[in-house]
Design a protein. Structure first.
Length: 275
């Protein structure tokens, strides 16, 4: 009964969030099909007088959209693999294994979630400067192979704790070791949580502007989020092209969300309730 109520609440909140988020997306699409003059017209126009679908084609001529997309994938794919794999292993270790200082280490990981990114920005930048990582993809990719962040480790730990330990004990009796229990018994059961981690990782990397802005200097290495800044000029800006590029960049995240919303809700539901 409790799980059903929690699941229904999660679905309602998810649908409300989807509807609310689609309103600005509609306004974004509407602006991308207008001229710059129509965008700033007063009173505002709900729909364009002429649907300028050519704006979506023109952005590929104005900026190196293909290059920025390739660079984004070059960062996104290894970060997805590293975050999902290592956060899952860390969550399993904190949930199932007993080792000295386990609770202290987990408390330290939770403490990292309370630090604003601005606090660690300068020390991290100085470290990567000494390591020669500036203007490379390493600062954006390498940290994902060490747990992927405190939030994802916490999420996976809570999910593993919701799985009955009797499964582990039965596998141990049958002669399985901890790695076999993880890969053969528990890993198939945590697919919803893995998809949630993957979805959050995708949106974080896909929309990341601050990281590439800090570490990448060469335009040939810009990601989509940073490359679209080239559409904004010093004196004038083609806001209809900016809106079109933003719509193209937003669309994959929306499609991915609607495709995986079933597993997304299931991951939230099972993570929030133990037993």
């Amino acid at each position: 009964m409790q799980k059903s109520l929690f699941r229904a609440t999660a679905w309602i909140l998810l649908l409300l969030g989807a509807v609310i988020s689609l309103i600005p997306f509609f306004w974004l699409i509407r602006s991308s099909l207008m001229t710059t003059t129509e965008i700033f017209a007063f009173p505002p126009k709900l729909l364009p007088e002429q649907w300028l679908w050519g704006n979506f084609v023109e952005i590929f001529d104005v900026v190196q959209f293909g290059l920025y997309f390739k660079n984004t994938l070059f960062i996104l794919i290894p970060v997805l693999i590293g975050t999902v794999a290592t956060s899952c292993l860390c969550g399993y270790g904190f949930a199932r294994l007993r080792f000295p200082g386990r609770d202290i280490w987990f408390a330290m990981i939770l403490a990292t979630m309370m630090l604003p990114p601005a606090v660690t920005l300068i020390p991290t930048f100085m470290v990567w400067t000494e390591l020669g990582g500036i203007n490379t993809f390493w600062p954006l990719v390498f940290p994902s192979f060490f747990g992927g962040g405190g939030f994802f480790i916490f999420l996976m730990r809570q999910f593993f704790m919701s799985i009955p330990k009797e499964l582990d004990e039965a596998a141990l009796i049958d002669g399985a070791n901890y790695f076999q229990i993880f890969f053969l018994v528990l890993l198939p059961l945590v697919k919803p949580a893995l998809l949630v981690v993957g979805f959050f990782t995708f949106t974080n990397v896909w929309n990341d502007f601050f990281g590439p802005l800090i570490y990448l200097n060469d335009e040939s290495k810009f990601t989509l989020a940073l490359g679209l800044l080239q559409l904004q000029g010093s004196y004038t800006s083609d806001w209809n092209l900016i809106m079109a590029a933003a719509a193209v960049m937003t669309l994959p995240a929306i499609v991915l969300f609607f495709i995986g919303q079933k597993y997304f809700v299931e991951g939230i539901t099972l993570t929030g309730i133990k037993g």
